[in-house]
Design a protein. Sequence first.
Lengths: 347, 347, 322, 322
Amino acid sequence: MPTPETPRGTRRLTIAEALREAVAEEMRRDESVFLIGEDIGIEGGFGGAFGVYLGLTDEFGHERIVDTPISEKAIAGAAVGAALMGFRPIADMQYSDFLFECMDELVNQAAKMRLMSGGRLSVPLVMRAPVGASVRGAQHGQSPESYFAHVPGLKVVCVSDAYHAKGLLKSAVRDDNPVLFFEHKLLYGTKGREQAGGLDLTAEVPEEEYLFPIGQAVVKRAGGDVTLVATHVSLYRCLAVADELSAAAGIECEVIDPLTLLPLDTETLWASVRKTGRLVIVHEDTLTGGWGAEVAARAADECLYALEAPIKRVAALDVPIPYAPVLEQAVVPSVERIETAVREVCA
Amino acid sequence: MPTPETPRGTRRLTIAEALREAVAEEMRRDESVFLIGEDIGIEGGFGGAFGVYLGLTDEFGHERIVDTPISEKAIAGAAVGAALMGFRPIADMQYSDFLFECMDELVNQAAKMRLMSGGRLSVPLVMRAPVGASVRGAQHGQSPESYFAHVPGLKVVCVSDAYHAKGLLKSAVRDDNPVLFFEHKLLYGTKGREQAGGLDLTAEVPEEEYLFPIGQAVVKRAGGDVTLVATHVSLYRCLAVADELSAAAGIECEVIDPLTLLPLDTETLWASVRKTGRLVIVHEDTLTGGWGAEVAARAADECLYALEAPIKRVAALDVPIPYAPVLEQAVVPSVERIETAVREVCA
Amino acid sequence: MRPERPQPTVLLELYRTMLLIRRFEERVYFLFLEGEIPGTLHQCQGQEAVATGVCDALEAGDWITSTHRPHGHALAKGVSPRAAMAELYGKETGCCRGRGGSMHLGDPDVGMLPAIAIVGGGNTVVTGLGLAFKLGRTGQVAACFFGEGATNEGAFHEGLNFAAVQQLPVVFVCENNLYGASTPWERVSLVPSVAARAGAYGVTAQVVDGMDVVAVRRAASTAVAAARAGQGPTLLECATYRFVGHSRSDARGYRSRVEEDEWRLRDPIVGLRHQLLEEGAADEAAFDAVGGEVDAVLDDAVEFARSSPDPDPAELLADAYA
Amino acid sequence: MRPERPQPTVLLELYRTMLLIRRFEERVYFLFLEGEIPGTLHQCQGQEAVATGVCDALEAGDWITSTHRPHGHALAKGVSPRAAMAELYGKETGCCRGRGGSMHLGDPDVGMLPAIAIVGGGNTVVTGLGLAFKLGRTGQVAACFFGEGATNEGAFHEGLNFAAVQQLPVVFVCENNLYGASTPWERVSLVPSVAARAGAYGVTAQVVDGMDVVAVRRAASTAVAAARAGQGPTLLECATYRFVGHSRSDARGYRSRVEEDEWRLRDPIVGLRHQLLEEGAADEAAFDAVGGEVDAVLDDAVEFARSSPDPDPAELLADAYA
Ligand SMILES: Cc1ncc(C[n+]2csc(CCOP(=O)(O)OP(=O)(O)O)c2C)c(N)n1
Ligand SMILES: Cc1ncc(C[n+]2csc(CCOP(=O)(O)OP(=O)(O)O)c2C)c(N)n1
Ligand SMILES: [Mg+2]
Ligand SMILES: [Mg+2]
């Protein structure tokens, strides 16, 4: 989604292309930026599990694109250590499900080093990780962003389109804190198109350099009846529901992409909730203890008196992601479940 | 807290003693129960980081008390594997902070094996882990129970007194699911007494065998003005606030110990909230994304219309636990912060 | 002393299993391209001798753990082709009732855990199987399959060391196919062989020709016997090669066609066939019969999978908890 | 060829550092018992030669990572006794402004990360230091301290292997004090020495007498030089012993007094003193002078810590994020 300031020269890029540009620009700009991960720079290889780094080794070489053993603890630990020494690593997790292999490095080291040093050190690393169910089963389909949105010391970003992906990744690289950067597998580009329900997975991206700030939500669609907050694929489902309900029931949804889960842009969120009086939160992470709970809890504290209906959350069901497509579809938040929730709060 | 059914013969036990009894009874009852962990059974050793297993090797020997290398992944992985084969391991994590070293085994294996097997296998393991700030710094002071309350496939228990500790540990051992069992360092026994604010850290425990069910909250103090939900040390602070406010301001708090965070006993909670119209949740896990968010979010959905005031959460501040006592005390939920929140919602 | 050669009937049975795996994988790839099988695939063409030789050395009551590349292990351990195929189709009749899928094939009835698709994930879990067998004095053995890439995971280290100090009845079977996804082993290890790592744990290791099912079976039998006798774990490193890409979308640009051709000359199925022919232990007619049988089994499996019902989403929530 | 012996002034300086560590630890223990220092303690009496010898082999611009038992490492690397003591008191003037505490002592100004109290935690993080030095071509070296118990963690494995394949300028320094908390090494490893594990990664290892500061310094110098020259990591296994309990409440029931007495005879400070006396390189007066200096430094440090202000809770939230 181009913002008002979008300059003249733009192209339509996929998220993968936009991320690739962001990485290349930051690596050109700053010698201290480097890449580290599995299968990211091998000649004739994949350029990362979803091809984001394809071609970058030609420009930046093997020293700044560090191919590692299958050792997630070493990847995360090395990123932490290098960041402490003033480098700005972009670490790569092939699937976010593997983050559980390096939770210690992320939760106990990356997030705590600043405090433990009395504020004398910082850990400017980015960890990219793809989320989302895509018929790969329980260990390759999670959306574990909520675990990290619970970690003081980390920042957590979820991107849903190429424009914000690029602008936020560049901001993440320049941020002096550890940033977990979550992308959805079905949104990378044309390959996921069909599974993502035929969405156009490109967005306009300016030719010129730009940043998009961490901690700022965007209103993707304005509406006065109910506020929908959603990320990743769920965002697009919400937009579809909004169109549908506007036409079919005259219900106008305001749809917000929070983009950053930690810290949360409650200013944008509450402005909307105060206007609509109704809040529905949608995410593909599982329901119980998901980040939607934090949004709802803060709303129930900070703008309770504005609420005209119960706060609804539509999320992945509280089960591991099953393989069979018919089951997987039943688990992730569907257009139908979102629509039901919105109709319920608007009834 | 003895329940009404408590039989005649009781003694006052510390949580450590009560847990030791529970372990011994279950090991006697069922050959498939065994212990696994670091420094749990070594002769002349510690009997676990907080002495819970002291003396058990004499009765059960080194085969059923498996002392391991410092290898949390192996501990958790072995527990998962043995549980899949029908054993009932009680695994020991010296500090809950180290659970991040075996997140994969807990989140990707223990919690998912049942679903991945199509419901054909189950994983009846218990993982015990001490939480809480006790002037040991950022990597030995966390209360990470909320991470696990977000994992479908796990159950999560937090115990606050010897009676429920014993009854719940025995239930956890018999449960066919993986149970994370969190205890607070300051509540084990006499050693923590001073730090815990001079509390009596013993409770009446029946001589006879009993179980306490997973998934059942208890009302520790009845009151009609506001519902306080709290675990571990925070529970006792809430009880102190309740006494104080009853005397000083005529505010009657209903104080509830949820005991199980996953699954949550919303029946008991909502019955109270429907009565009081006010809800304050208190925990030593950090605020953002903590389990209090889930309680608040569900209340804001399931009993919004009963609420007469914003839902307040009092939790550890969103920083890693700092070392200096004066800082640590500022981070964890204090009597003062709880009292302020309660007064606010009752104003 | 030349080790004893298995009976011709045994060899033909090994041949049959390898062929079943190969043709299963070929069918599955085709069905995947046709859009009948969803998701993604990690296939094992070329590595059949390892799964077959190891599983043949195990008893029915023994268990295995497997990886993201589990089809061969499953068939070799006795998961029925019907149940395996139906699982890939995501059907209720699959061995994991459609919940597991390609990367989590398994079947408790034949001693196979749902495969663990976290690289190295099985290497700690398998120690629990070993511990259970040791504590229960059941005489069972657990075998853990994993790739050479997995040996760089912390799980490999912790699992092998724990199994060693507890002298657990576990056989660690490394399928060294030279690559972890696109990454050649020599880029992620300064030691040339995985077996060289066993000494760090006081564990016996053996390098085996993983393209020779008889050699694998022999080495596995020794390791299994030692495990069953309470002598603790062995690490078997089976030198092998996957003839296909890492996963279904892999153009294999990171390795040379020359290298691939050299390894194809060592095709374990072709090799055994030649031996059997040379030794006069089987003739073309026998191979044709086996091939026909295998095809019939797979026709039946595909038909079974296609005609099986989808799982019922209404039952799903029951699967998270016992 | 007998390696060159350091100059007497150097030896006396090593003696001074070891004595500073010893007396620091003794004071701290007393102050802890008195209730002046809160929390818990993991002390290093007996292990002073390792911290001292290794840090003396490093340049000021080099870095170290440390463990739950970091006091000796901190003092040896140059953290001021004032800042270290104030940190234990939880004061704003501490090297981590009271946020870190005993288990997280460190000081960026002297090249020491906040100590990592997760066993093995430093072993992966240190590779990032090495990577930074390599990428930046700075010529710096990082040394990673850890116990023998830590070598059973996955982090040890992943860190050492990654450092090896990347040929990082890192020295891995294992303080093998025979126990991990209450657990004797031989119960958690079938191999007698930690050094035996280095071969699994193609890494050079050396076993050193960790009670002899000169031997430690010599081995460390070689390892540091190799690292600085781009020859990759070395694993040093320093055989040592902690004279005290694992943490402050440890009655040491898991080891014998005979064993303790034997090791006490090898006290690294007493040993060096005897040598210097024998060699005539120092006399009692010199030792008295050093002792007096050390005591004065510690008197001052305690006084400084006592009189320093507590941190201000109002500033705390600023410490979570940059
Ligand atoms: C913990 C973890 N990290 C990364 C991956 C992604 N991944 C899947 S297979 C694979 C390569 C595995 O190599 P190897 O162990 O040699 O097995 P092979 O595929 O060769 O059979 C990788 C990196 C994963 N599934 N799990
Ligand atoms: C990951 C982790 N597991 C367990 C512990 C608890 N613990 C602290 S020190 C220690 C023993 C460490 O032994 P070793 O590595 O030999 O170091 P030493 O204490 O002997 O210096 C243990 C088990 C921890 N801090 N971190
Ligand atoms: Mg491989
Ligand atoms: Mg030790």
